[in-house]
Structures are given as structure tokens and as C-alpha cells.
Ligand binder design. Sequence first.
Ligand SMILES: Cc1ncc(COP(=O)(O)O)c(C=O)c1O
Ligand SMILES: N[C@@H](CCOP(=O)(O)O)C(=O)O
Length: 461
Amino acid sequence: MDYISTRGNAPALGFEDVTLAGLASDGGLYVPRDWPTLSRDEIAALAGKSYVDTAVAVMRPFVAGALDDAALHALCTEAYGRFDHAAVTPLVQLDHQHWLLELFHGPTLAFKDVALQLLGLLFERFLGHRDTTLTVVGATSGDTGSAAIDALAGRANVELFMLHPQGRVSDVQRRQMTTVLAPNVHNIAIEGDFDQAQAIVKALFADQEARGRLNLGAVNSINWARLMAQVVYYFYAAVRLGAPEQPVAFAVPTGNFGDVFAGYVAARMGLPVAKLIVATNVNDILARALGSGDYSMQGVTPTAAPSMDIQVSSNFERLLFDLAGRDGNALGAMMTTFDSEKKLDLPPTMVAEAANLFASARVDPDTMAMTMRWAYEHAGQVIDPHTAIGLAAARSFAGGDVPIVTLATAHPAKFRDAVERATGARPTLPSRLAGLFERQERYDTLPATLAAVKDYVLERS
Ligand SMILES: Cc1ncc(COP(=O)(O)O)c(C=O)c1O
Ligand SMILES: N[C@@H](CCOP(=O)(O)O)C(=O)O
């Protein structure tokens, strides 16, 4: 399997190189040259398989040429052995039509662990062949940061710089990052929002001096390996609900469009996905883009679901690439326009094609809170604000006979204040986070400029 850039002007890479490369040199994102498929029989054969065996079957085509089955199995066994549920990503039934797919049983209590636990091991394996240090620079709106830090803290040959928007993540999220004092972990609070932090990371990848002096790597979902690992749980859940005979819909709390893009990949691979419901909070650029083609930035509003306070969704570019007929030059021109004008009008043909698989919903704060209450009172489930946005969207699409799975992307204890305000129940911190509020914090604060971050990273690498 080799990987090509969405902007058509970077070298094609194999899986090992694409994992270490992060962003493509032309500013694009790497995608597989072709979408591999699993036949109906191969999907049916996943019934009853463990999470690890499912992961090997689903990821095998993507890692071909870099890892054999035994190596992939060993890595997945180690990565998912750190989850505290034997099913790794268990399904919980809410009513006759709705399920939650709990993705928060990993070390840092959010879905990011599913991919980042594996990515940490892939980095270790691939860097073991090379005499180099990988300088990983990432941006987080709250959850990628702690998951990446957990996966990479103390690892040889990796320095990790993680940018979070100052004051815009929950106290638990911030402390999960800043109380890790490993010497290779550098936390930076950016005086700006997540979009600015993510733009700085991308600008650093485009900076010739930085590229010349550093071997840059990525832990955000710009890294293909992140998305690949997230494809697995769509198969795992759908097969348990009757796929391939029974199509299944998924509602996905969405920010950077990575998680829902993994669902798109599952559909391209042959999983019968009835609908992918893109659920946003009031930062609703994706709901507008998919609903009417209005892909225009309107500034980021802080909400009680801070990890979704995003307007420039990296992975939307991967979908646009397919919708543009995989024409890298055409897509590159579209992204240049978006970067300069902060808006794009998507052609009606693209909107119509996307609508074959995607639906979208914008969920306001009252509906989010009401949905947290509904889950608590009617199904006995305490859910976090992000999951509530997904579930609210799922409930707005209910009807018909297709099971709808909402991705439960974070443990409610990460957002205790918002959950308590909505439900009256204050989630207790799981034992994994015991003592979090007594630990020493360490981080630096920087202005939201490429120059400040670049100097900081170069000085410490
Ligand atoms: C808890 C939670 N839910 C949902 C999302 C949105 O996921 P994505 O950025 O993959 O769209 C995030 C951030 O990525 C998150 O941390
Ligand atoms: N919501 C994310 C933002 C970064 O997304 P990623 O999937 O591209 O890493 C977060 O919690 O940091």
C-alpha cells in the first residue's frame, strides 16, 4: 500500500514513512492511493472476533509492506491491553434503536487513546530502525494532548511539543497534560484558540528552516495512522449489530473530522454504513458545509464541549479530495482559496454526493444539556457533553429500523462541571486519575505566532 498527498505534489510514501511524516511536504494530507475493500464474507467472518483480531483484519491492507500479521497483532495486543474493558470499545444499548459505543476505556479516558496507544508503539518500532530523533509537534483542544503524552512520555528518540489553547480546555484535561513531567514532554499554552494552534503546527511543517533542522512528526489526525486505527471500531460495532446483513448508522461528535472520516473509510472498505451523522456544537462550519455547501469560518465560540470548538477541520480536506475526483491540483487550489478567504462555496454536485452518506446536525447548548439529562434519567447513563451532542443528533434522525450508534468519545469525568450542571450527578474521577489535582503542573505560555513556537521548539530539540 502506498499513500499520496491530497494536494498532488508530494512524494508517495509507504506506511512506515507516512506514519513518521505527518503532514505531506506540499501541505496536503496523506491518503491511501486506493481504498482497500473487505468482501461481505470477510466482514461476516469478523463476528465473534476479539477487538485485536478485528483490528488486524481491518488494518492489514493499510500496513502491507511494513508490518506482517504477527507484528501487527503483537502491537495491537500491547496497545489494547492497556484498556480497562475486556471488549476495548464496548457497546451499551440505550433503547430499541440507540447504542453508545464507549471509546473512553483507555489510559486518558477519550477515544484518542484507541489510535495513540498504537501510534506510540509504531513510532518506537519504526524509529528503532533509524538513527534519528522525531520532533513531534501537535495541537489539542483537550484530548489528543493527554493521549499523545501518555503514549510518548519517556520514549527514546521522541520529543513532544503539545500546544493547547490557554483557558479553553477543562481543568481535568489540562492537568492530564501538564502534570506529566517527563523530560521529553513540553506543554505549551497558546494565547489563542485551537484553530490558531493547529495553524501554527501546519505552518511549522511548511517552514523550510524547521523542516531542515528537525525531523518533524505528527500525532494529530493529520497522521494517517491515527485514522486507520479509528476505522477498526466501526467494523467492531457494526458486526455486533448484524453487519454485513444489517446496515448501521453512526452519529459522531465532530470537530477535526477525523473520527467521522474513519467511518467514511469503513464505508469505502465495504462496511454497510446507512448514514454518518456529523454532529457539531455551535461551531457549526461542518453542518453548514454538508447541509448547504457553506464552508465559511465564523470564529470559534467556547462551549461546554471544548474539544469540538474547532472551525478549520483538518480532515475535511480528505473528504473533499475524494469529492473532487481525487484531483490533487484542483483540491490544492480550493484549499489555497479557503486559506486566504476563509470561505469556500462547495459546488452543489459535491454537496449532493456527500449527502449519499453524510447527514449533519448542529446541536445547541440547551439540547446538549437536555440530552445529558435524558441519557441519565431514561437510560441510567452519565454521558459527557461531546457524546451528548452526538446522541442529540442521533435522536433527531431516529425512526426507521436502522440501529444508530453514537460514538461516546470521552468519559464524563473529564467534564465534571458541565455534567453536574446538566444532570445533578457529579462523576467521580476514575482511579486512573487519582491524585490528579494534587500533582505539580509544568507548562509554558506563548503567543499564538509561528515565530514564538518555532524558536521554542528549536531551542529544545
Ligand atoms: C471528546 C471528543 N469528542 C469529539 C471530538 C471530535 O473528534 P474529531 O476531531 O475527530 O472530529 C474530539 C476531538 O477530536 C474529542 O476530544
Ligand atoms: N479535539 C481534538 C482536536 C485535535 O484533533 P485530532 O484528532 O486531529 O488530533 C483534541 O481533543 O485535541
